[in-house]
Design a protein. Structure first.
Length: 228
């Protein structure tokens, strides 16, 4: 049976999933907590990677090496980067990249890719879960997720990122997770619910919507698991 790896940066991003898990074993490896169990009868390894790209990459590699997962799903919150994207909307990653690494470097250095594409089957499963879950208060989008080592709360920086990458949302871990999954030939998808608009008011919106958005994304993942 396939083993599904699920990663969230913060505890609030994996809390709902953890509460729905029949826990078999908990391990701490290199400071990361890994929860091994089942959800809906499916074998799951759930983990919290902490904030940032290096934490996310390290946690993902351990998830692959030590737990032999067959796919990786990243769940969490993000800042909106597209005119059609509103707070509490959900983004399913068509592809992921870094907004703080030069494109030339991405293409000229291993693994020689500017973007890392999400797995088609996982994307289809995520979109079905969104369609079954959505209501009139929010929508879902298939698009680009970009990551970098900062919380984007500056309208000038937001404009620069949009002009260069045309993303649907911005966060701090997804591209690193996708990068590591890609070089290990592991299917992945990133699912993010929007907590703020990554502008000058981002900090205020984030505080209001972080828990709601985190649970929103996790609910999509729960519904995905039923159909994987």
């Amino acid at each position: 049976m396939s083993i599904i790896g699920i990663i969230g940066a913060m505890d609030l991003e994996i809390e709902l999933l953890k509460n729905n898990m029949s826990l078999i074993k908990e391990e701490n490896i290199a400071g990361f907590n890994y929860y091994n169990g089942t959800i809906e009868g499916k074998d799951i390894v759930l983990c919290g990677c902490g904030v940032g790209k290096v934490n996310a990459a390290s946690c993902t590699q351990i998830l692959i090496d030590r737990f032999n997962v067959d796919c990786v799903i990243n769940t969490g919150i993000a800042g909106g980067m597209h005119s059609d994207v509103k707070v509490c909307d959900v983004i399913v990653s068509q592809d992921v990249s870094y907004h703080d690494v030069r494109k030339q470097q991405m293409m000229s250095c291993f693994p020689f890719k500017e973007y890392f594409e999400g797995d088609k089957k996982l994307i289809e499963s995520a979109l079905r879960a969104c369609e079954l879950t959505k209501n009139e208060e929010w929508n879902y989008h298939l698009g680009r997720v970009v990551s970098g080592e900062c919380f984007v709360s500056d309208s000038v920086l937001k404009k620069k990122i949009i002009e260069e990458y045309s993303p649907h949302c911005v966060e701090m871990e997804g591209a690193a997770i996708g990068h590591v999954a890609h070089i290990n030939n592991i299917p992945f998808v990133v699912i993010r619910s929007i907590s703020d608009n990554a502008d000058d008011d981002a900090s205020i919106s984030y505080e209001e919507f972080e828990t709601i958005s985190a649970e929103h994304s996790a609910t999509i993942v729960l519904n995905m698991i039923k159909n994987i």
